[in-house]
Design a protein around this ligand. Structure first.
Ligand code: FAD
Length: 410
């Protein structure tokens, strides 16, 4: 039986594993975490709306009925394409076919100081660290007699006007205005600020202009200060420096400004494009290694002259194509090329507000928010999680609450 190694149990890797359930092969899925993470809702963990187990599910539980599959909890540290061997933190693994679905890592665009002091939002630990930090700022502010220090503690800067930045800023603003105002009665909430910094002149750049404008208006209506052409140059933990010299006193910088391919692909020694993404053929193979496939955020392929976006539907659809092509390679059939079918995009800006685009159809406001709710509930892994998330959201909506206001660790 040939061995198909899949690195990464994210959106791409998990779907590839499922698509290979009837393949005449041993499928070995490796991830450094024992869970699949639903990244689109990470910001809700960061803002005390959901707890980590509501958006993450053990890989072994998801795939327990797949008899040709083994899961290995390990970090892959090296891929030897010539020897067809992976080096794992727990040993090594020889493979016949490989799917690399390692996703992305936070991109600080070379800003070393920022990478050490800012809060990223890429995995569960990041989200819990943000939640702890946000709540701790309020605890410190409640005991701080100096008004300047207190204002800095209560100034929350989010960097990046893409969906993650917009969603995070919206959720932080609502956490403060709708929930924490009730918990910290001694604080003057006029001192609290949420600032969203965007280095270009556009929010949600992938969306059409009317939706971008609607998003900006909604953010302002939720008391978020949106600043365009505002590029961060430094953050020392208490002052955010912007290009042009302006300094914003703040203890919080949430970095939602970019993603690059996961560092493992840098060890492949193959051609990489922007953001370190590995250039793959239309059949998703590495040019000189037809047995090796790269999919999702780590892969670079163009569609209509543009790079495919770093979104879950690309990873999921590419997983289907890569799995199909491996099955075809095993039986010696011609391969198929990847064609992306854009299912549309959605971003929420907090309570009752979202933007949505499906082909030529555009929606914003309450109707888009209901669509966002329905799509995310449907997509959350595992029935129990769906129910728990739905109950939590309903509770928060009705009672202006956030269930998980715990400072769990430093
Ligand atoms: C905060 C946030 C919000 C997002 N919101 C949306 C959204 O609303 N809609 C949308 O479509 N997309 C969204 N995305 C993007 C989407 O999550 C990614 O495009 C998608 O996850 C890419 O899938 P992937 O399989 O390539 O990688 P991932 O899903 O990131 O999976 C990669 C997996 O590889 C594992 N891994 C990495 N390196 C190693 C290694 N060396 N050894 C072992 N395991 C390794 C990781 O642990 C991870 O499980 C969001 C991303 C983030 C961070």
């Amino acid at each position: 039986m040939p061995i198909i190694a899949i690195v990464g149990a994210g959106f791409g890797g998990l779907r590839a594993a499922r698509a290979l359930s009837h393949a005449p092969a041993r499928v070995i899925l490796i991830d450094r975490n024992n869970y699949h993470l639903f990244q689109p809702l990470l910001y809700q963990v960061a803002t005390a709306g959901l707890s980590p187990d509501e958006i993450a599910h053990p890989v072994r539980a998801i795939l327990r009925n797949q008899h040709n599959l083994e899961f290995r909890l390990a970090e892959v540290t090296r891929v030897d394409l010539a020897a067809r061997q992976l080096t794992l933190s727990t040993g090594s693994l020889d493979y016949d076919y490989l799917i690399l679905a390692v996703g992305g890592a936070t991109n600080y665009f070379g800003l070393d100081s920022v990478s050490k002091t800012a809060l990223a939002l890429k995995d569960v630990d990041d989200a819990v660290a943000i939640r702890n930090h946000l709540l701790r700022m309020f605890e410190l502010a409640a005991q701080e007699p100096d008004p300047d220090t207190r204002r800095a503690l209560l100034t929350f800067v989010v960097v990046g006007g893409g969906p993650t930045g917009v969603e995070s800023a919206g959720a932080i603003s609502e956490l403060i205005r709708l929930v924490l105002t009730k918990d910290y009665r001694s604080l003057n909430f006029k001192e609290a600020r949420v600032i969203l910094l965007e280095a270009t002149d556009k929010l949600l750049a992938a969306y059409p202009e009317p939706l971008r404008e609607a998003a900006a208006e909604t953010l302002w209506s939720k008391k978020i200060e949106v600043r365009f052409m505002a590029a961060v140059t430094d953050f020392d933990g208490s002052r955010v420096a912007l290009k042009g010299g302006e300094v914003i006193p703040s203890r919080t910088l949430i970095w939602a400004a970019g993603i690059k391919a996961a560092p493992l692909v840098d060890t492949l020694g193959v051609k990489q494009a922007r953001l370190g993404r590995v250039i793959v053929s239309p059949s998703l193979q590495l040019p000189d290694h037809p047995e090796a496939f790269v999919i999702g955020d780590a892969a670079y392929l163009e569609s209509g002259g543009q790079p495919l976006p770093l979104v879950a539907p690309v990873a999921i659809q590419q997983a289907e194509t890569a799995a199909e092509n491996i099955k075809r390679l095993i039986v010696g059939q011609p391969l198929i090329e990847f064609v992306y079918k854009d299912p549309g995009s959605l971003a929420t800006i907090g309570r009752n507000a979202a933007v949505a685009q499906f082909g030529k159809l555009q929606f914003h406001g309450f109707i888009a928010w209901v669509m966002w709710l329905a799509v995310h509930i449907y997509q959350i892994i595992g029935f129990r999680n769906r129910l728990v998330v739905l109950i939590n959201w309903a509770w928060d909506y009705l009672f202006y609450d956030r269930a998980v206001r715990l400072i769990s660790s430093e």
